[in-house]
Ligand binder design. Structure first.
Ligand code: BES
Ligand code: MN
Ligand code: MN
Length: 467
């Protein structure tokens, strides 16, 4: 291991320069304009896999953006680790709020600022660099490695489950490793054992068949923006609870043990509110902030539009209004059921004055990994070595829908080894990856490969059905 760690130490600058290059590619998955960049990014990642010595690295086209797959399977009898991540990124807009350009990575205060620095290119790169360290120092790894790096995570991974279903044999493994989440705080490594699910909906309201003069018609026709906001305003009660009937029915109550464990974590509501710039926090009565974000379902309006929003004034009674609304879900809720309850409720409370359409845009299921599973135990040991500190256990409010599908389709548990930070500005201007986390992450990844065979049954699984 010492040679591996020395190599990582000796190549710090080159590693950083290479990540900087990856971060120049604007692989924004949601915009058509960036399709060539997505392709270029997939090719960059595949070429990099070959460059670090992986004997197999290829691009699988899908109906959407390509999937990059790489492997090194030279350790028969040892466990096989499937590393999942994504090379696509969120849009960088609003550009004017970035201190330095989003696709020109810049270091400030020990952080590397760029779109995708933390979510998720930087975290994928951490594993590529630890693999390189093994490949360049003896050419073997303590475990078999399969890498599955997709380009549609930020837009709902539409083609990923299908790919996994069709390539069960290729992806057969003993454990999934994902680095696409955050540590609890700066200098506080953590193991994430829970993610929320998601149900993402759109409501479209149609009022009059065309925009109307608000003077000539205002007073006789229900304004669709008004109707929409009346609907949205009804979705929470005065205690911050979601009012959709049945919404909480499948929610697994938090155990006393887990509530106590959350309470032991260092936390200040005051500091949190101040950092976010809100005058006061808001949320479901009867639960702490950590419980609200990690273990309670919520409903958010992500965006709302309609009518005139240009400069100056235009008197108009608009024909249409729309909103995007998402629900974060916890075990044992399902996205399909949440979507159904949502649609039924909206249709029920919608006034007769407008036509309402409800669409289900995408969904994903909540996930929990048992903290005594072998992968988690190995990850705890690796984090302790990589960061020089015992990690703590946490859940996250975000979603990685494929986690549950890995379990269902491949029978695999997932370890979430996050190297981001809670204030990393993912999906926002000035996203960054902390450089200490980058380098300690690479070491942790190397230690994880090294520790894993000690904790996972040694038989290994390279191909489905062959144990
Ligand atoms: N890396 C995040 C998931 C995440 C966020 C994990 C915060 C832990 C904490 C991922 O890239 C993401 O943004 N996922 C989407 C899910 C989606 C589009 C289905 C999310 O959570 O909104
Ligand atoms: Mn991500
Ligand atoms: Mn994301």
């Amino acid at each position: 291991m010492q040679a591996i760690l020395n190599y990582i130490e000796g190549n710090r600058d080159r590693y950083l320069n290479e990540l900087t290059e990856l971060l120049t590619i604007p692989s924004v998955s949601t915009s058509k304009e960036n399709v060539p960049d997505i392709q270029r990014c997939a090719e960059w990642v595949a070429a990099h896999m070959r460059g670090i010595g992986l004997p197999r690295a290829e691009i699988f086209p899908t109906a959407g953006h390509p999937i990059v797959y790489g492997e090194w399977t030279g350790a028969p009898g040892k466990p096989t680790l499937l590393i999942y991540g994504h090379y696509d990124v969120q849009p960088a807009e609003p550009l004017e709020l970035w201190t330095t350009p989003p696709f020109h990575a810049t270091i400030r205060n020990g952080n590397l600022y760029a779109r995708g620095a933390a979510d998720d290119k930087g975290q994928v790169f951490i594993h590529l660099k630890s693999i390189e360290a093994f490949m360049r120092n003896g050419g073997t790894l303590p475990v078999n490695i399969k890498l599955l790096i997709e380009g549609e995570e930020e837009i709902g991974s539409e083609n990923l489950a299908g790919f996994v279903r069709e390539h069960k044999e290729l992806l057969a493994a003993d454990l999934v490793l994902i680095s696409d989440s955050s540590m609890y705080a700066r200098g506080v490594p953590s193991i994430c054992y829970g993610l929320r699910g998601l149900s993402y909906m759109q409501i479209d309201l149609m009022g009059p068949n065309k925009d109307l003069h608000s003077g000539s018609f205002g007073g006789t026709v229900h304004n669709p923006i008004q109707a929409l906001t009346e609907i949205i305003a009804q979705l929470h009660d005065k205690n911050g609870k979601v009012t959709i009937p049945g919404f909480y029915k499948d929610v697994r109550p938090l155990s006393k043990n887990e509530r106590n464990a959350f309470k032991k974590l260092p936390w200040s509501d005051k500091k949190y509110a101040k950092e976010l710039g809100v005058r006061q926090l808001y949320g479901e009565k009867g639960f702490t902030s950590l419980e609200r974000v990690w273990a309670r379902p919520t409903l958010e309006c992500n965006g709302i539009w309609g009518g005139f929003t240009g400069e100056g004034a235009k008197t108009v009674l608009p024909s249409r209004a729309s909103a995007k609304i998402s629900m974060r879900l916890v075990p044992d809720q399902t996205s399909a059921r949440a979507a159904k309850l949502f649609e039924r409720h909206i249709k029920k409370i919608a006034p007769k004055t407008v036509t309402v359409t409800v669409r289900n845009l995408h969904g994903g299921e909540p996930a929990i990994t048992p903290i005594d599973s072998p992968g988690v135990v190995a990850a705890v040991a690796a984090l302790e070595k990589g960061f020089g500190k015992k990690p703590l256990y946490q859940r996250e409010g975000g979603s990685i829908p494929i986690v549950v599908e890995f379990k269902e389709l491949l029978g695999l548990d997932t370890v979430l080894l996050g190297f981001g930070l809670p204030d990393e500005n993912s999906h926002a201007p000035d996203e960054f990856l902390n450089l200490d986390n980058f380098y300690n992450g690479i070491k942790t990844s190397a230690h994880f490969f090294d520790e894993l065979p000690r904790f996972l049954p040694a038989e290994g699984r390279l191909r489905a059905g062959k144990i």
